[in-house]
Design a binder for this molecule. Structure first.
Ligand SMILES: [Cu+2]
Length: 197
């Protein structure tokens, strides 16, 4: 009777410990599963978001190399086949930009770095903010002149302050028709990249 009582207590203790181990293992497995699920959610989110590509960059000189091409197919008012700010270029604040513009389109075009003060371009880029750089025309004729099919032009801009900018064609009506790209300079960007949506 006494022995049986001890045996019952022993059995109870073993049972409690066994249940504790099973519950503990289940909780651990569930946590691991949750971690796995959240990790795969993160990777799915980042891989299924808009295409993202790195840009050529020399960290020693802090130079970002940007090449924009007006393609001959699709809208005549495109940079790399994109229009209306659907391409966003992210660069480190304080970068030096080396921008090459290639025109493969039949209309003349140029490229301006604009510190914009409006949400989207109007017919005259000069009304939309401060033009910091003009490539393929001059600061006095950018509304009418550009480089023609088959030509290219390069310009540089040093130490770009943190902020939001456009790269846009300055010929009257072209940016308003979609010929603009967004450029964001930020201290939170260490390697320049492009997102196209
Ligand atoms: Cu143009």
């Amino acid at each position: 009777m006494r022995m049986k009582g001890v045996s019952s207590v022993f059995t109870l203790i073993v049972t409690v410990i066994t249940i504790a181990i099973i519950v503990g293992a289940s909780v651990y497995t569930f946590e691991q599963y949750n971690m796995y699920v959240s990790m795969s959610r993160v990777s799915i989110t980042s891989s299924s978001s808009a295409p993202k590509a790195t840009l050529p960059y020399n960290p020693n000189t802090k130079t970002v190399y940007i090449t924009l091409v007006s393609l001959s197919s699709g809208s005549p008012f495109n940079f790399n086949g994109t229009s209306f700010g659907s391409m966003v270029i992210y660069v480190p604040a304080g970068s030096n930009l080396q921008i090459t513009f290639i025109n493969q389109e039949s209309l003349p075009h140029n490229l301006n770095l604009v510190q914009n003060t409006t949400a989207s371009p109007t017919s005259n880029l000069g009304d939309d903010g401060k033009i910091l750089l003009t490539i393929g025309a001059s600061s006095s004729d950018y509304t009418v002149n550009g480089i023609v099919n088959g030509q290219s032009a390069t310009g540089t801009f040093s130490d770009i302050p943190a902020g939001t900018y456009w790269l846009a064609c300055g010929i009257t009506g072209h940016a308003e028709s979609g010929m603009w790209v967004v450029l964001i300079a930020s201290p939170n960007v260490s390697t320049p990249y492009v997102v196209t949506s």
